[in-house]
Ligand binder design. Structure first.
Ligand code: NAD
Length: 295
């Protein structure tokens, strides 16, 4: 069912830069149309300097909310009335909801990750995760997984500019959740191999495997992978990364890319704004021609 824009149409935004490549407008507008909801979702090119005025416009224009992406995910916290506890720990917001002028920030990236596993009947609560990468995605995944009941984390990161973020994530998991986390430099390859033997899931949240590092993997030896390890690459273009190929060679049963996480983080935001479930299967089918590798 297609909706016409009229005097009652409610606006939802996306505030980031660069933003024109985003699939979120297509995803949300298709879902509004499917469900006959009188909303419209538009992308706005907004940098950090213009974010305060843009956020104020959410109140002024009585928008229902907005997505926030780079480079605004952190700075937006200062501009909101309330921040969901998980987003506070992650220290990043990707979804803002406007309830009668009161703006609340959420982070749905980790929620999307956890939902993607649940939809595939994969249970990681009470288990151990090996997590490589502690940027925006790795932090959201680690904190949400810890809050949702993952028991233990081995966190690996390069000793690069993100090492502080890796230390912060480890500390927060240990001090603010019931889980335990151990931080290792990625150069500790023996430690990484050992970790995989006792983990239920490996998450690669580094971006290695997508452009400009397409065709590369941080793990190249199939003998490192137990077959019942879940191998989860947050990359979704290409659909099959080098890491996933190595895992397939090892006979790993559950190998996932980041596509379902991306759809589910959108679905979680959609639910926060509209109270309704996004028709994820239809959105997936329309947006992603699975014959293509380009998303
Ligand atoms: P980021 O730049 O914030 O963090 C990148 C992390 O990877 C850092 O910890 C960095 O130290 C590490 N890293 C980078 N290059 C590396 C290399 N060559 N070797 C080892 N470690 C390296 O990035 P981000 O926003 O967290 O995104 C990371 C990945 O997650 C990207 O592939 C992105 O596409 C993906 N992602 C997916 C979704 C989704 O919904 N599926 C959402 C967000 C991000």
């Amino acid at each position: 069912m297609r909706n016409e824009i009229d005097g009652h149409t409610i606006l939802i935004g996306l505030m980031a830069t660069p933003i024109r490549h985003s699939m979120s407008p297509t995803m949300h507008n298709l879902a509004f149309s499917d469900l006959g909801l009188n909303y419209v979702y538009l992308a706005f090119e907004v940098d950090q300097a213009h974010l305060p005025a843009a956020i104020q416009s959410v109140r002024t224009l009585e928008m229902r909310g907005t997505n926030i992406s780079m480079p605004n995910k952190r700075i937006v916290l200062e501009l909101l009335d309330r921040v969901d506890p998980a987003a506070e720990l992650i220290n990043a917001v990707n979804t803002v909801v406007n309830d009668d002028g009161v703006l609340t920030g959420y982070n749905t990236d980790g929620i999307g990750f956890m939902r993607s596993l649940a939809k595939n009947q994969l249970e990681i609560r009470g288990e151990k995760m090996t997590l490589i990468g502690t940027g925006g995605a790795g932090t959201a995944i680690g904190i949400q997984a810890a809050l949702d009941g993952v028991r233990e984390f081995d966190i690996f990161n390069r000793q690069d500019g993100q090492w502080d973020a890796a230390q912060r994530l480890t500390k927060i998991i240990n001090e603010q959740t019931y889980a335990t986390a151990h931080l290792h430099p990625l150069s500790d390859q023996a430690g990484l191999r050992q970790s995989l033997q006792t983990s239920r899931i490996l998450v690669d949240a580094t971006g290695v495997g997508m452009k400009p590092l397409e065709g590369q993997s941080l793990l190249n030896d199939p003998s490192w992978f137990p077959q019942d390890l879940i191998v989860y690459d947050t990359v979704y273009a290409p659909r099959t990364t080098k890491l996933m190929q190595v895992a397939h060679q090892a006979g790993v049963k559950h190998v996932m890319n980041g596509l379902e996480m991306m759809l589910e983080q959108g679905a979680a935001a959609f639910k926060l704004w509209t109270g309704q479930e996004m028709p994820v299967a239809h959105v997936h089918q329309v947006l992603f021609n699975e014959g293509s590798q380009n998303g």
